[in-house]
Design a protein around this ligand. Structure first.
Ligand code: UDP
Ligand code: MG
Length: 143
């Protein structure tokens, strides 16, 4: 299958507890190449816009608060079937339900503070990669 990009974010819980390196290594061991990354502290407006699809959900305010609580690490990740593969590697939203060996089973604290984000479709991957990285930072990876 052709190579594609997806967006991952090491979330503030995992950055704050020093798990960033282990999570990046886990993703590289799973065949992902790190094509762009930057440690950022999101503003409430940025986190709110990124998660706008969840605006009406009961957990939205807590999610925005959590995602702005400290630095996070957005990453453009490249692999064959990048979106589907990353969803497999991170595991279920709630670490209690995540499969053994997944990033969330290994590193997440709870359903809310769950260590990592991953895009859920190719369309959202494009939007989410573009949310954090310019075309020149991606060096023409979208082709
Ligand atoms: N979330 C939460 N409570 C819920 C569902 C989601 O706190 O009941 C948070 C959690 O951090 C999750 C994020 O909102 O990762 C986005 O939710 P989504 O359903 O898109 O889960 P994901 O795609 O991250 O697995
Ligand atoms: Mg999601």
């Amino acid at each position: 299958m052709a190579l594609s990009l997806t967006l991952g974010i090491v979330k503030p819980d995992a950055v704050a507890t020093g798990k960033t390196g282990k999570i990046v290594a886990h993703l590289q061991d799973a065949g992902f190449a790190l094509r762009a990354a930057r440690l950022v502290r999101l503003t409430p407006a940025e986190a709110g816009a990124f998660y706008a699809v969840h605006r009406e959900r009961p957990f939205y305010a807590d999610l925005v608060s959590f995602m702005t609580s400290g630095p996070c690490l957005p990453m453009a990740l490249e692999r064959s079937d990048a979106v589907g593969a990353l969803r497999q590697v991170i595991g279920a939203t709630d670490p209690a339900e995540a499969a053994p060996g997944t990033v969330r089973k290994l590193y997440a604290e709870s359903k809310g503070r769950n260590a990592i984000h991953a895009s859920d479709s190719d369309e959202n991957a494009r939007r989410e990669v573009a949310f954090f990285f310019t075309e020149s930072e991606l060096a023409g990876l979208w082709g």
